[in-house]
Design a protein around this ligand. Structure first.
Ligand code: UDP
Length: 468
């Protein structure tokens, strides 16, 4: 039930839990903000029945936020074997008629002022325009990636992405990025439909009324300032770090917290590849042997191997038998290592006193959660913009170490894995990194407090909406 006098905002997440989670958390911050009365309605495009984790999040929304899951699109309208990003965009595109209908109904009943969507639901901009609403992107990755994306439509005219060791400069960033570290689908591409679609998304980013970015000034000051002075950029609102407060996990996924309780402070390495990252069988074996040989304690969220690194993304959680692990691995590491299948309550794991470092695929949410919890990282990027995030945390922020990929096999070997684990868990470099990430964690807290930079950015947005 929506109070008619309240200002209403519609949010349109693209499919995928790691896009829904930060947008929901952002909505919660909006409706809780001071005494302004805002109402948020989520209109959610869907490509299948909602997962239990998604329903757990949606059923837990506070009274000023409600949601409608839009009619499911016809899966047969999606090409086979399509990559996550185009799959997300196409799902939203195919949902536009349903979105149009829902927005039409809301705008006749409420004081609807703005539509907020994310990078892969930018096509919702057409609906915003039709109903004369303000349009905003909630950018669920960092300001560095956003700065790059805004520069892409022009850059694309002069740079060939087939030369993967060439470097490009990203406005506001102190280190150049090699083409191979740019977001998918750019590396190696020249003319594909995916590349053209990505450039098109980036072009739309500069057409909205505001860009809300899940970052904060002390984390990415160069990129944020560059965006603020960029004439082609809409106004930028750095409101982060916005992360989940508690995990949406089922009962038996909490046993790992009990396991962590038994270990000394900062002694356990947490290993996770996000909501859907997967390794090849060879790489999985090397990681298992690396963890075993390092002698350190570990908590590893594993998934069945697959040669495509994003194979479990958008597919959801699937608990499986662990028979793809090297023979005898579980026995040999018993007591010292815990392997959980598919999913762990990550925010509670990172906030646990026994966790000492995070081997991460560098999804932006994972990075923010690591920063907030002051957790040093080992970076292991797999797909999307994760390579770019990995460069930011290792080379710009210097709060992470990166294992080298073996040239011949193209995988990270066990000896290298042992080396980086020891560096982060034992050595002087680990100590320095721990100090730096603790400072960032303090800065994150300050940004969100009253008068903090992110809190002020959020206030200015709320005020703007209130005035309409
Ligand atoms: N997550 C979790 N448990 C897991 C894996 C992921 O709770 O086992 C959460 C994690 O805390 C984060 C999100 O799922 O909030 C993953 O988002 P991220 O941007 O790091 O990566 P993506 O899933 O988009 O690759």
């Amino acid at each position: 039930h929506i109070m008619e006098k309240n200002t209403c905002i519609v949010m349109v997440p693209c499919p995928g839990l790691s896009h829904l989670i930060p947008l929901v958390e952002f909505a919660k911050r909006l409706v809780q903000h001071d005494h302004h009365k805002l109402h948020v309605t989520f209109l959610i495009p869907s490509l299948g029945p909602p997962s239990s984790s998604m329903m757990a999040i949606l059923n837990d929304l506070p009274p000023d936020i409600d949601f409608t899951i839009l009619n499911q699109i016809n899966i047969e309208d999606l090409p086979q074997n399509i990559h996550p990003a185009p799959k997300m965009r196409l799902t939203v595109k195919l949902s536009i008629p349903f979105l149009h209908e829902a927005v039409s109904s809301l705008s006749s009943r409420t004081h609807l002022v703005a539509l907020v969507f994310d990078m892969f639901s930018v096509d919702a901009i057409d609906v915003a325009k039709q109903f004369n609403l303000l349009s905003y992107v909630f950018f669920a990755s960092g300001a560095t990636t956003l700065s790059f994306c805004l520069s892409l439509p022009k850059l694309h005219e002069s740079v060939s992405f087939t030369e993967v060791t060439k470097t490009v400069n990203v406005p506001g960033c102190v280190v150049p990025f090699q083409v191979k570290d740019l977001p998918d689908p750019l590396p190696c591409e020249s003319t594909s439909e995916n590349l053209i679609s990505y450039v098109d998304i980036c072009r739309i980013l500069s057409l909205v009324d505001g860009l809300i970015v899940n970052s904060f000034l002390d984390l990415e000051s160069g990129a944020i300032r560059a965006l603020q002075v960029n004439e082609n950029s809409p106004r930028v609102y750095p409101v982060g770090p916005i992360i989940q407060i508690k995990s949406a996990s089922n009962e038996n996924q909490w046993e790992c917290i009990e396991w962590l309780n038994k270990h000394p402070p900062k002694s356990v390495l947490y290993v996770s590849f996000g909501s859907g990252g997967t390794l090849s069988q060879d790489q999985l074996n090397e990681l298992a042997f690396g963890l075993e040989l390092s002698g350190h304690k570990f908590l590893w969220v594993v998934r069945a191997p697959n040669n495509s690194p994003s194979s479990a993304y958008l597919i959801g959680q699937k608990e499986d038998q662990l028979n793809y692990l090297p023979s005898g691995f579980l026995d040999r590491t018993k007591g010292r290592g815990l392997v959980v299948s598919s999913w762990a309550p990550q925010i509670e794991v990172l906030g646990h006193g026994s966790t000492g470092a995070f081997l991460s695929h560098c999804g932006w949410n994972s990075i923010l959660e690591s920063v907030v919890c002051g957790m040093p990282m080992i970076v292991w990027p797999l797909f999307a913009e994760q390579r770019m995030n990995a460069v930011t945390v290792t080379e710009v922020l210097k709060v992470a170490v990166k294992p080298k990929v073996d040239d011949e096999s193209g995988i990270i070997k066990r000896e290298e894995i042992v080396k980086v684990i020891k560096r982060i868990m034992e050595g002087d470099q680990g100590f320095e990194i721990r100090k730096r990430i603790k400072d960032l964690s303090d800065a994150a807290g300050a940004a969100l407090r009253e008068h903090g930079s992110s809190r002020r950015a959020l206030s200015s947005l709320v005020l703007k909406w209130q005035k309409i």
